[in-house]
Design a binder for this molecule. Structure first.
Ligand code: TRP
Length: 319
């Protein structure tokens, strides 16, 4: 079978090194191996928050990050929900294929509701996983690179595809999740790396911003630098340097020896800045006008695909 890769992100802010090593690096590799779609999931932003005024800004930033890390718009179709009516229309028949009880059982949705700051839970919160099935199935995606939290949504997609095929006609392949490695990288304070915690190095950060963040990173009082689990903050900085330098963290620790936290931070800063240099440079090569054009072209390609699938779906259903 000819595999097709689809994955995506909600445009909620700039991407950081955790995203890079957790998923972007893998996508850059996959683009050479498969036809690939990358979705900017703008309609999914409204599941648990009001549409932020800066949504266009977030979309532009996300696309710039994609281009900066080396996603090639000549190879990858980058597109957004809000530009593809035929994708969104698949939601309607797909919703008829799942029960309310199934929607309520989704563990990722439950978790998001538990952590949401909104007073009322929207209908979209329960149904967006079915919308995500439309994201994957509109292009007959077969491989879905995602993190563990997204597995329930891929399960919903498989369910929808199977039921559609049984009830109407064999239209959809049954997609599979491609689980990445667990992200090895924590934030600079030892917690989960996340923009809102201020412990993340954004891909778009300047050299000085990067240096300032690493200077503030938590370490411990021991001068001898070692890579050990009982020193999580030091180990995490070594991991960061190791990923950027593509060298084992133990080697880097040996090299620093008893140079202490200051030497460690100096080395990490240099490693990260060196690593990000070509990414920053590529980011600077694209104007906002470019970005709009790249997205328009991706949207057009994705839309053609969606129109064909929706036609097949309607025909299978007898409309
Ligand atoms: N739900 C995903 C996230 O929050 C984003 C997403 C939307 C997605 N549609 C998708 C991921 C389809 C993979 C496939 O990160």
């Amino acid at each position: 079978m000819n595999d097709v890769v689809l994955t995506g992100d909600r445009p909620t802010g700039r991407l950081h090194l955790g995203h890079y090593f957790g998923s972007l690096a893998n996508r850059v590799k996959l683009q050479h191996e498969y036809p690939m779609y990358v979705l900017i999931a703008d309609y999914q932003v409204i599941t648990d928050r009001d549409l932020p005024g800066q949504i266009q800004r977030n979309i532009t930033d996300l696309l710039l990050d994609y281009l900066a890390v080396g996603l090639d718009p000549a190879k990858v179709t980058i597109f957004q929900h809000s530009a593809i009516p035929e994708l969104n229309q698949l939601l309607l028949p797909f919703l008829s294929l799942v029960s309310v009880a199934e929607l309520r059982r989704n563990p990722t949705v439950k978790d998001e509701i538990a952590h949401s700051s909104q007073q009322a839970v929207s209908g979209l919160m329960f149904t967006y996983p079915v919308h995500q099935a439309a994201d994957i199935l509109f292009c007959k995606g077969t491989l879905v690179p995602v993190g563990k939290d997204q597995l329930p949504h891929v399960e919903v997609t498989r369910l929808v595809a199977r039921r559609f095929n049984e009830r109407y006609a064999e239209v959809f392949p049954i997609p599979e999740a491609m689980l990445g490695e667990q992200p090895l990288l924590k934030g600079l304070d030892g917690g989960k790396m996340s923009k809102s915690r201020g412990n993340a190095i954004e891909l778009a950060a300047t050299e000085d911003e990067t240096a300032a963040l690493i200077r503030k990173a938590r370490t411990d009082a021991m001068r001898l630098i070692t890579y050990e689990t009982h020193r999580p903050e030091v180990a995490n900085l070594l991991t960061l340097a190791s990923l950027c330098l593509d060298r084992p963290p133990q080697d880097i620790a040996d090299e620093i020896g008893d140079g202490g936290a200051a030497a460690l931070k100096r080395l990490v800063t240099e490693a990260v800045n060196e690593f990000l240099r070509p990414i920053r440079q590529r980011r600077g090569e694209h104007t906002e006008a470019d970005v709009r054009q790249i997205l328009a072209a991706g949207n057009e390609r994705a839309r053609e695909r969606a129109i064909r699938t929706l036609d097949e779906v309607r025909e299978a259903m007898g409309f």
